[in-house]
Design a binder for this molecule. Sequence first.
Ligand code: AMP
Ligand code: SF4
Length: 472
Amino acid sequence: MFDDKMNKGIHEECGVFGVFGVKNAANLTYYGLHNLQHRGQEGCGIVSAVDGKLSRVRGGGLVTEVFNQAKLDKLAGSMAIGHVRYSSAGNGGEENIQPLLFHHSTGDFAMAHNGNIVNATALRLALEARGSLFQTSSDTEVLAHLIKKDGADEHRIFPLLSALDKLDGAFAILIMTPKRIYACRDKYGMRPLSLGRMKNNPEAYVVASETCAFDAVGAEYLRDVEPGEVVTIDHHGLRSNFYTEKCQRKMCAMEFIYFARPDSDIEGCNVHAYRKESGRLLWKESPADADLVVGVPDSSLSAAIGYSEASGLPYEMGMIKSKYVARTFIQPSQELREKGVKMKLSVVHSIVKDKRVVLVDDSIVRGTTSRNLVQMLRDAGAKEVHMRIASPPYCHPCYYGVDTGTYEELVASTKSVEEIREMIGADSLAYLSAESLLAAGHRSDLCAACFTGKYPTDLYKDVDGKSTEKVE
Ligand code: AMP
Ligand code: SF4
């Protein structure tokens, strides 16, 4: 249990969007970010470039709250990058809202990052020892210092490649200078990043955390940025460089299970299709004798449909989600979290009354949601509740930018499946196997560290606030 001192850094499951070569690029970025809003609701920002100058608008809240036409009009130019942010308690200061903007004698640049750099503390300490002064607690700033420390006078791509090669962890990063956008992905390919082209202008490109953002702006999907790749987008079109040959394919399994929107495709696999197949496999592994299947809205509906189709049990809308409540996860205290579940979800009594219900959810993290939902179904008259989870037991913390809490908070790290069943009050409980997690997407590999404990990267812990060491 080394969790307390681990360098979890800022926990961000964010979304990035960039566009090159269109009039009013900031307007387009606004629509792109809007379709990535599910990846972060705490804050957002856009930086645009015009005549060698970068301008930024950012703030706390949803895209529609932070921006209006007057603010977008301040962001002139044919190139922009944007960011939506989801941070855990303590990291929510305005200075951490991205894109970060840096001024430098060789030219200004902006950065937007999704993920977490696990060796950020070690790099930061080394940089501070060489005189760097950091303005934020964000690990993204470490990359900015690395780029400028080594070879600020060289052509920018070379210091960028060598700086990226020093980072360990998960990232999809957009970097914008007054002339171009660099789209960079970590060498494990843990965070998604896709390239698209505007349908009405073959010389205009977009890049986004998820392909659902392309639909919002009239772009078509071209390809994914590859693990270890930097794609340069400018008036030459697209150019590709790799900063390392040591690349892997460890896409975050939770992107498929929970984060991404069902209409997005990740590395060639549609997220809805993935979830539906996981539901089918879940039924094969753990059938339930019941009358109907209900999914926990929204992220589990696809898996519930798959379970229903495979089992022949009717799929029913036994649960409704309020559209106007933020995700319960960001509520800091357990009491607020409990209340949050009831504010967010309600049961359709007439559907579940006197029925044996299979309740499908994508994951159990702390167990709060499942316990509340089982109770709500029973209060509404359900005769039996069979809980089916479309992922394996979640027993290990994530160090790659997903806020899941510590070992102590993860119910499956200390309790058996039977103990969890008892805790949530279900008649039966079953999880998807690790094999089926891969099989659902026809994948031979994924990062599934939160289920298996096999972390793709080295991990580091703080020793005394002044140094770090690798966890063996
Ligand atoms: P819990 O109540 O802690 O067991 O959380 C489980 C619920 O949170 C499930 O319904 C998931 O859909 C959702 N969930 C899973 N992982 C996350 C995450 N990292 N952030 C927010 N919600 C999550
Ligand atoms: Fe995703 Fe889990 Fe890996 Fe974190 S540990 S990147 S949540 S699969």
